[in-house]
Design a protein around this ligand. Structure first.
Ligand code: SIN
Length: 506
């Protein structure tokens, strides 16, 4: 049994920036970060594009960024949240730069701003095509400087512990020795990122199994807008690849063109912004093209672009394509849409507070109202930075430090973990992924959704049986979480009767 003042699940940009701020402000208080893999493994690390932010108001301005976000969100954004995030963003980005994160500059010394779908201006600061990697590097370094931050890697959050709708901590599995312990906390933050693995075909890393959202669902927190799943239009098409590789939208911002196999540039038939229409429109258009043609993929043509400049901006994409024998200067890149981002999540107010007292959520696992029905490209790191700052500002004043009434809890499930390990859940996981991929993708319908729901409820029941017989492991819990999250996505998809943004039901 452990106690900590601040308990954080997730070591991406949301969890780490909050940790750094609160630990600096309260040097005598403990901050514990639980992360299920190694400490740098998170959705953040894989963000290629960058951070959308208005750093100078000469060519760009807040109002344009606000309008682009609202248009992209297709009428479902919370306007006050959009205004707040856009206006508070620059301060948070400057802080990140102060912590050592480096962003590309042009010859004049100003930021080299990229452009992505749905943006009316160049406004995306980036570090080549590895922005997330650079941010994670810088903030981890800062976190290590704080003596009162403990990062427990290879630890997995199982369940939140509640007392009278107040979160007082969580149960945590130590993956290295299989021990389950109770961690009491004054304040708990869920910053566990996305859900991509429930689809299998996703740009998200292996760790994206919706763990924080599932914990929140089981704790009965409000979880909203789960039907709004963003599909990125251009993931590298290679049926043999287990994990999908993203071809950043910034490549289209740089001038790449989408073509069908005959070379036809089709995006202008769907939207006058062509390849730089918002992601919902581009993905839905590709889906239609593929359905009509019966082909497996479409192509991204970069052959007309200046190759040295391309390599300078997108070194990782260039090299990765080369590994697959795709030479960008002469070959078109085969691409298809893949699950990329969840616009909904654990509902929070403007200070990141959930419907459960002392429980906060930040980053992709949260629903703030910024993204509405479709997230504007590169707005997610911005949202995580602004909300982790707002949670910090709130807790700077409102933190309560008391562990009273909590010590009667015994460590739970210790005996349970004596069972033999039967750790192969891959069959159920694959079944879940193909169900979600086939029936809960870019275009949905109620018949398939209802059938999927029935099958998911059976899987959920199978998991209960497995859980009662098996040793608690990360693999078991991930699958349980993925099923719980999938059920909510399907239920909320059935309930939604009107199409907006990336939700399209026929
Ligand atoms: C990309 O680089 O295309 C992804 C950026 C984002 O999802 O915001």
């Amino acid at each position: 049994m452990k106690q900590t003042d601040y308990l954080i699940f997730g070591s991406g940009v949301a969890g780490l920036t909050f940790a750094i701020k609160i630990a600096t402000h309260f040097p005598n208080k403990n901050v514990t970060i639980i992360t299920k893999s190694n400490e740098e493994e998170s959705n953040t690390k894989y963000a290629q594009g960058g951070i959308a932010v208005v750093l100078n108001q000469i060519e760009d301005n807040f109002q344009k960024h606000i309008n682009d976000t609202l248009i992209c969100g297709d009428g479902l954004c919370k306007k006050e949240v959009v205004e707040m995030v856009v206006k508070e963003g620059p301060k948070c980005v400057q802080e990140l730069i102060g912590w050592g994160a480096q962003f590309d500059k042009n010859e004049t010394g100003s930021f080299d701003l990229g452009k992505e779908g749905g943006h009316s201006n160049h406004r995306v600061i980036h570090h080549k095509d590895q922005t997330g990697f650079e941010i994670e590097r810088a903030i981890l370094k800062q976190a290590h400087l704080q003596k009162n931050i403990t990062i427990l890697d290879f630890h997995f959050g199982l369940e939140l512990i509640l007392e009278n709708n107040k979160c007082i901590g969580a149960t945590v599995l130590n993956e290295k020795n299989n021990e389950i312990s109770t961690v009491f906390a004054n304040q708990t933050l869920l910053a566990t990122g996305g859900i991509g693995q429930i689809y299998g075909h996703t740009t998200n890393p292996e760790v994206a199994t919706g763990d924080g959202i599932a914990m929140a669902i089981r704790a009965k927190a409000n979880v909203k807008d789960m039907e709004f799943i963003q599909f990125h239009p251009t993931a590298l098409y290679n049926p043999e690849l287990k994990s999908t590789f993203l071809i950043s939208e910034a490549v289209r911002g740089f001038g790449a063109i989408l073509r069908d196999k005959n070379g036809k540039r089709f995006m202008l038939d769907y939207d006058e912004r062509g390849e730089l229409a918002s992601r919902d429109i581009v993905s839905q258009s590709i889906e239609k093209e593929l359905k009509n043609s019966g082909e497996d993929c479409i192509y991204l043509d970069c052959t007309h672009l200046e190759i040295n400049a391309f390599k300078k901006h997108f070194p990782m994409i260039y090299e990765r394509c080369k590994d697959f024998n795709i030479f960008i200067e002469k070959d078109w890149i085969p691409v298809i849409p893949a699950q990329h981002y969840l616009c909904g999540g654990i509902e929070v107010d403007t200070y990141g507070k959930t419907s459960i007292e002392n429980l906060f959520a930040c980053g992709e696992c949260s629903y703030t109202g910024l993204h509405g029905a479709n997230r504007l490209a590169s707005n997610s790191l911005l949202e995580a930075l602004v909300y982790s700052d707002r949670i910090f500002e709130y807790l700077k004043i409102n933190s309560k430090f008391s562990f009273e009434n909590k010590l009667h809890y015994n460590d739970i499930n210790q005996e349970k973990n004596q069972f033999d390990v039967v750790d192969d859940y891959s069959e159920i996981r694959t079944k879940l992924q193909s169900l979600m991929q086939q029936n809960v993708g870019i275009v949905r319908n109620n018949n398939d959704l209802n059938e999927t729901l029935k099958k998911l409820l059976i899987l959920q029941n199978d998991m209960k049986i497995l859980e009662s017989k098996n040793h608690i492991s990360k693999e078991l819990y991930e699958l349980k979480n993925m099923i719980d999250v999938s059920i909510l996505i399907v239920n909320q998809s059935i309930l939604r009767t009107e199409n907006f943004g990336n939700f399209y039901k026929v």
